[in-house]
Design a protein around this ligand. Structure first.
Ligand SMILES: Cc1cc2nc3c(=O)[nH]c(=O)nc-3n(C[C@H](O)[C@H](O)[C@H](O)COP(=O)(O)O)c2cc1C
Length: 160
């Protein structure tokens, strides 16, 4: 069986998020699509972040991460947090946010919800680090509809 594996993965729909953390009071964050619920009891998410991302190294240091679930009004935030590195710029400069109970930045706008997580384990998965994160708290955002992502394009959901 020979197939175009990238083409096949282009059929998978993701919900876009901005994964955040903070170290020494400094906020860090990056856009991510590869996030999924993996356990009900306790509630856990798997978050896959490139070894190259600065946010990934900061999360390893801190041991906590926040998931800002983007809404359809969060497309600009997805570009902003996904097109530059916290190594070079402060992505939170001029942006409205607050810190969660675990010290993770919560975006004030463009999100449907926020989830506060503790990293229980992380492991290498090829060129990415897979973080297993336990959900400890959360709150709803100002948007109603999640921002979907498929084959490098942004979508809003509609019921069929
Ligand atoms: C729509 C979109 C989805 C992305 N999904 C992921 C992802 O799931 N995992 C990942 O490691 N990087 C992903 N990225 C790339 C990172 O967001 C990007 O490399 C970012 O600049 C890393 O920032 P940092 O170095 O400050 O952590 C995505 C980017 C975009 C625009």
């Amino acid at each position: 069986m020979a197939g175009n594996l990238d083409g096949i993965l282009g059929k998978v729909v993701y919900s876009l998020v901005v994964v955040t953390t903070s170290v020494g009071g400094k906020p860090f964050g990056m856009t991510a699509a590869w996030v999924s619920k993996v356990s009900s009891e306790p509630l856990m998410l798997a978050v896959s972040l490139s070894h190259k991302s600065f946010t990934s190294s900061q999360i390893k240091e801190k041991g906590f991460l926040g998931i800002n679930l983007l809404g359809t009004g969060g497309k600009a935030a997805a570009h902003h947090f996904g097109s530059q590195s916290g190594r070079d710029v402060d992505k939170f400069a001029g942006m409205e946010f607050k810190f969660s109970g675990l010290g993770n930045p919560i975006l004030n706008q463009g999100t449907v919800a926020f989830i506060d997580c503790k990293v229980v384990r992380h492991m290498e998965a090829g060129d990415h680090t897979l973080f297993l994160a336990e959900m400890l708290d959360g709150c709803l955002g100002t948007e109603l509809w999640p921002l979907a992502y498929c084959a490098k394009k942004f979508y809003k959901l509609s019921e069929i």
